[in-house]
Ligand binder design. Structure first.
Ligand code: ADP
Length: 257
């Protein structure tokens, strides 16, 4: 782990808000800036990043034996990827309890040949459970990003997620509001606030944190991630790709001198 310079975790109060979408596109945009980037999909309950990156059929190799066993990340689009999705059968539930979770998370961090990385982006499971706590206590996290939607009713969950990081002493980088507006593909100048507005602004404001990015809903984002090609690669000029690029730039500014 000593060769990993910056660990950025991406968390959310609840699932489905776009945490994996933000993690994968952020990892890609950082790698496009010529950084060495790893992506750890620690969302053990819904490991989606392999399908988003088109590597769900891959089986990572293991080097060494016994305590010296090392998992070799899958490399795609220039980033080194490790996911729980590689280790569990598709469609199987994950029903591990605290101690098992703790040990698998430690293995993901310490028994993977990450090599030298400028950034390790960790896609956390949603919520405030054992996995998040294990992780925060296992590695020096440089900073956490909280993903939320504009919907005011989601704020309660997002607040809990954010408060957990504070309690664990994890430095907070800021809030990303996903699904801020819907941009219809046939009328790209129109904006519809289908999930209401204000969630990201309120959450960041009440915690004195920056609102790092507001990502629109774009149909291409769904289609491309279903195809295994993140939008930042397939459609770099779309508004969401531009927002992801700006987010990577902010992180570069913050962590690289
Ligand atoms: P989480 O990791 O928080 O559970 P995901 O990143 O898996 O959420 O996103 C949930 C679903 O919503 C996925 O199908 C994803 O492609 C889609 N999605 C996420 N963000 C957007 C967006 N900005 N525009 C369109 N679809 C999105």
């Amino acid at each position: 782990m000593k060769d990993i310079k910056n660990i950025i975790v991406v968390g959310s109060g609840k699932g489905g808000v776009g945490k994996s979408t933000v993690s994968t596109n952020l990892a890609i945009c950082l790698s496009q800036k010529k950084f060495k980037v790893g992506l750890l999909d620690a969302d053990i309950y819904g490991p989606n990043t392999p399908s988003m990156l088109g590597v769900s059929d891959e089986n990572p190799k293991v080097h060494g034996s016994g305590n010296d066993q090392r998992l070799i990340p899958i490399v795609k689009f220039g980033i080194s990827i490790v996911s729980m999705g590689f280790l569990i059968e598709e469609g199987q539930p994950v029903i591990w309890r605290g101690p098992m979770l703790n040990s698998i998370i430690r293995q993901f961090l310490y028994q993977v040949e990450w090599n030298t990385l400028d950034f390790l982006v960790i896609d956390l499971p949603p919520g405030t459970g054992d996995a998040q706590i294990s992780l925060a206590q296992s590695v020096p996290i440089s900073s956490a990003i909280i993903v939320t939607t504009p919907q005011i009713v989601s704020l309660q969950d997002a607040r809990r997620g954010l408060a957990m990081f504070k309690q664990l002493g994890v430095p907070l980088l800021g809030v990303v509001e996903n699904m801020s507006v819907f941009i219809p593909p046939d009328m790209p100048n129109k904006r519809y606030e289908i999930f209401g507005k204000g969630g990201g602004k309120i959450l960041s404001g009440e915690n004195n944190l920056p609102l790092l990015a507001q990502i629109p809903i774009e149909i291409t984002l769904v289609n491309e991630s279903n195809k295994g090609v993140p939008i930042s690669i397939s459609e770099p000029d779309k508004e969401s790709s531009i927002r992801f690029k700006e987010l990577a730039q902010l992180i570069k500014k913050q962590f690289i001198n």
